[in-house]
Design a protein around this ligand. Structure first.
Ligand SMILES: *[C@@H]1O[C@H](CO)[C@@H](O)[C@H](O)[C@H]1NC(C)=O
Ligand SMILES: *[C@@H]1O[C@H](CO)[C@@H](O)[C@H](O)[C@H]1NC(C)=O
Ligand SMILES: *[C@@H]1O[C@H](CO)[C@@H](O)[C@H](O)[C@H]1NC(C)=O
Length: 182
């Protein structure tokens, strides 16, 4: 088979697959969901939900609670209001974040946000994104996928630091999320 011949079939395959409606795959209609919640990143104390798991053995880049090259694992509660108690917890976020800003503080997050209450109980969405923490209010992170009700999800989240203890790094982050899913 010549190169141009196989290329022709590849092209036909692409053209045919593009217009296929999502309904044909049993996905139903696309929906838009907005979510508003708070993430609690607890580093201090004897029950931290965010722990440092690696760091470089040299001092590089910005000095902060999360200097360049440090990696954290998290299992942070997420709540409907900015306080943590049994009535406000709606799920948890599990994953890692890496301090990746050499010149100024910045993180990259690989985190799954899972829900244990309400209509999205058992479902989760994934953030795999730069988190430009120095941009402050409304900084954007990318939502790249999801499970359960968020299957084939994609979207965007706006983050605002609601509370930060600069001495130990404890933080409460407000999330406003918009997800397209089926
Ligand atoms: C960092 O690791 C390298 C390679 O193992 C080692 O040679 C060096 O001494 C270490 N530096 C410090 C400050 O521990
Ligand atoms: C969430 O789903 C789990 C598993 O189906 C169930 O056991 C639990 O009771 C649900 N929680 C709420 C608050 O609905
Ligand atoms: C987040 O959403 C809440 C409620 O919908 C709104 O009051 C707030 O202004 C939003 N914040 C940002 C940064 O978008």
């Amino acid at each position: 088979m010549s190169l141009s011949f196989s290329f022709f079939f590849l092209l036909v395959g692409v053209l045919v697959s593009l217009p296929a409606p999502a309904q044909a795959h049993g996905l139903g209609k696309e929906k838009v969901t907005h979510l508003h919640f708070y993430l609690h990143d607890v580093i201090s104390g004897d029950k931290p939900t965010a722990v440092q798991i690696a760091q470089p053995n040299v001092t590089l880049g910005v000095q902060s609670a999360t200097p360049f090259g440090t990696v954290f694992a998290i299992n942070d509660p997420i709540t409907s209001l900015p306080v943590i108690n049994p009535t406000t917890i709606v799920g948890d976020a599990q994953g890692i974040y890496v301090s990746t800003g050499l010149e100024k503080l910045g993180l990259v997050m690989m985190v799954d946000f899972g829900f244990t209450h309400g209509k999205f109980n058992g479902s989760s969405f994934s953030v795999m994104s730069r988190n430009p923490v120095m941009e402050g209010t409304g900084r954007e992170v990318a939502v790249v996928g999801g499970r359960g009700k968020f299957r084939f999800g994609r979207g965007s989240a706006r983050l605002t630091t609601y509370y930060l203890n600069p001495a130990n790094g404890d933080a409460i982050i407000e999330f406003n999320v918009t997800i397209l899913h089926y």
